[in-house]
Design a protein around this ligand. Structure first.
Ligand SMILES: [Zn+2]
Length: 281
């Protein structure tokens, strides 16, 4: 009898823990949706520090992402400028060709969203192929590094491949200016990580998915696989030394976190993923 009584507290504790687990709220899983937001076709890719004879790749996919978290939603990247879709074909924009078959606005209803339904919006950087819907986003808080904001909305813009007209309305969104890493939903699973060098306040997005595992959406830290394997710095980057230091820091983060790194413009990787799924959990 004494033996049984001594075990009673242990039994009660075990029951309590089972009860706590079974009564915990069921949270919707973290989900990453991936969209085709255009294609850029190059004649030469030498400007990226990659020789034209090193790869046959000349097309870059331009993806957009939506992160669904139990605490809210985040639009990551804005694709090519929406107006390009009107052509329904390749549009010449020397030295490249641009193509946008379907606007993001037309694709979002498929996942129950529109450009006014996001809690947050963040772009890796200000270049025209990453902020294409910036003027159409409504009621979301812009999460932007201070250095990027200062460069994008300065009186005289010095960053190449930036078209202020495409980005102008983002100036009026409610915003949170960042000076470093930012935990978007407060649980460490969706984090903006500064990765400057391509532009003054370039950033990447870390998403800790349950089935897919941790993923780093690398913005334009790299453009081609050769960019990553050979640490190539594009000639258009605002700071070469800083770019290399950033590459090293992000690669260490990838190793430490056991993460995948997605080179956003990697068309072949994009197509492989899309053949599997368009929503990653
Ligand atoms: Zn880009």
């Amino acid at each position: 009898m004494r033996t049984k009584l001594r075990r009673l507290p242990i039994l009660l504790a075990a029951l309590a823990s089972v009860f706590a687990v079974s009564c915990a709220p069921v949270e919707s899983p973290l989900t990453l949706h991936e969209f085709d937001c255009g294609v850029i076709r190059f004649g030469s890719i030498e400007m990226f520090g990659v020789g034209d004879d090193e790869t046959d790749v000349r097309d870059m996919i331009v993806p957009c992402y939506v992160v669904e978290h139990p605490e809210g939603s985040l639009l990551w990247e804005g694709g090519l400028p929406t107006a390009l879709a009107e052509a329904g074909d390749w549009v010449e924009s020397p030295p490249v060709l641009l193509r946008l078959d379907q606007t993001l606005a037309d694709q979002l209803p498929g996942i129950g969203h529109d450009l006014g339904s996001f809690d947050y919006v963040a772009f890796s950087h200000m270049h025209f192929d990453h902020v294409g819907v910036a003027n159409e986003v409504r009621d979301a808080t812009l999460l932007i590094q201070q250095a990027e904001f200062d460069a994008a909305f300065a009186d005289s813009v010095t960053v190449p491949f930036f078209d202020p007209s495409v980005y102008e309305s983002a100036r009026n969104l409610p915003r949170q200016l960042l000076n470093g890493e930012h935990d978007v939903f407060g649980d460490g699973r969706v984090r903006l990580i500064p990765a400057s060098g391509h532009t003054p306040g370039h950033q990447v997005l870390f998403v800790d998915l349950e089935e897919e595992g941790p993923v780093v959406l690398a913005g334009d830290l790299y453009h081609f696989r050769e960019s990553r394997s050979g640490k190539r710095v594009p000639s258009i980057n605002v700071d070469s030394a800083l770019t290399v230091a950033t590459m090293d820091r992000i690669e260490q983060l990838v190793i430490d976190g056991g993460a995948q790194l997605w080179i956003e413009h990697d068309m072949a990787a994009f197509l492989e993923r899309q053949a599997r799924s368009t929503a990653y959990r």
